[in-house]
Write a protein that binds this ligand. Structure first.
Ligand SMILES: CC(C)(COP(=O)(O)OP(=O)(O)OC[C@H]1O[C@@H](n2cnc3c(N)ncnc32)[C@H](O)[C@@H]1OP(=O)(O)O)[C@@H](O)C(=O)NCCC(=O)NCCS
Length: 315
């Protein structure tokens, strides 16, 4: 008799988990797995079949309002045995007493499973991709700089309004390793947008980007792309001073090949301003995902303020 057992994800599972991630062609890195485990050590799971690891799932709780299920992966040789369903049931049983609403961003294959478990569609989003960016021909200076500790209260409020719950701890963790984090300022120096560009296994990942308007998000995103095209070196904390100096950017090229890797950018379809910007900058649609929820969707956030997701695996 074959047996299925679901247990907590441990540090020793990183190698297996990342090999599963690579088999599916996903973009997360070992840093992402580490972030899941740091944020929710009691809510990340591994499925074992006959004592061998065959599947993963992570959960991420934001206050007592919303939680995300992510990284639902089953080894291709072990599919259609009920492992994906069991992982999901395990995540739901863990989350139900803790939050009012459970969400996830489903692939078409995942949706076939989630539909049978009572998840409802919320909105669609699309992954956009480019290997070369179209930047403004005329030199222009953006009011964009590296984000600082003093910005945090403003950024957290901006983010919670857009996302629907406070997820700041998770967002801040994304800036620790291999990432750039920028803010956009009004003429009166008020912060009205922030964003992160981070490393992925297959592509640079643009997101999250949260802003009160396209007027704020546009320059921020163009700044990221200009920097990446001109100087593909990620900042570390030690580079803070240099990064500040570099953040006064001049966009001067029309079409730039990106070195090494393309960029992925996940945008809610409802944010037509962000979609139009992606198209203007040379991005192509890659695949569609569906945001789904289980429970009371009382904190939907505002997709018009979400110019890039933090990631389908975390919202
Ligand atoms: C999606 C995935 C996790 C499902 O895992 P799994 O262990 O094969 O799923 P289960 O055996 O528990 O299947 C549960 C139900 O989902 C549906 N389902 C799963 N795979 C399906 C497929 N290929 N076609 C149609 N329905 C499917 C069926 O309703 C199935 O029930 P059934 O077998 O009784 O018909 C797995 O296919 C996978 O890892 N895919 C790649 C990564 C991915 O897309 N993950 C989802 C992220 S949102």
């Amino acid at each position: 008799m074959s047996s299925l057992h679901i247990r907590l994800f441990q540090k020793a599972d990183f190698v297996f988990a990342d090999s599963l991630r690579a088999l599916a062609g996903w973009n997360q890195t070992p840093d992402d797995w580490m972030r899941f485990l740091n944020h929710q050590p009691d809510g990340c799971f591994v499925a074992e079949w006959d004592g061998q690891p065959v599947g993963t799932a992570t959960t991420t709780i934001y206050e007592d309002k919303v939680a995300w299920i992510g990284m639902v992966l089953v080894h291709p040789d072990a599919r259609r045995r009920g492992i994906g369903r069991s992982l999901l049931e395990h995540c739901i049983a863990f989350l139900k007493p803790r939050v009012a609403c459970i969400k996830l961003d489903a692939t078409p294959l995942g949706k076939t499973l989630y539909d049978t478990m009572g998840f409802k569609d919320e909105w669609t989003l699309r992954r956009w991709e480019t290997a070369r960016v179209e930047l403004p021909a005329n030199p222009m200076k953006y009011r964009v700089r590296r984000w600082r500790d003093v910005d945090v209260a403003t950024l957290q409020a901006l983010d919670a309004e857009a996302f629907g719950a406070v997820r700041w701890q998770m967002v801040q963790r994304m800036t620790w390793i291999g990432a750039r984090a920028l803010v956009h300022l009004t003429p009166k120096q008020r912060v009205n947008a922030f964003g992160i560009l981070r490393r992925g296994a297959r592509a640079h990942y643009l997101g999250p980007v949260v802003a009160d308007s396209i007027a704020a998000a546009g320059p921020l995103i163009k700044s990221f792309l200009t920097e990446l095209a001109n100087q593909p070196v990620y900042w570390s904390r030690a580079d803070e001073a240099a990064a500040l100096a570099q953040s006064e950017l001049l966009a001067h090229s029309i079409l730039k090949e990106l070195p090494n890797q393309p960029i992925f950018w996940d945008i809610p379809d409802a944010n037509t301003c962000a979609v139009e910007l992606a198209q203007r900058l040379g991005f192509q649609p890659q695949r569609t995902l569906i945001r789904m929820f289980l429970g009371e969707n009382n904190w939907p956030g505002d997709p018009q303020k979400i110019f890039a997701l933090a990631g389908p695996e975390i919202g």
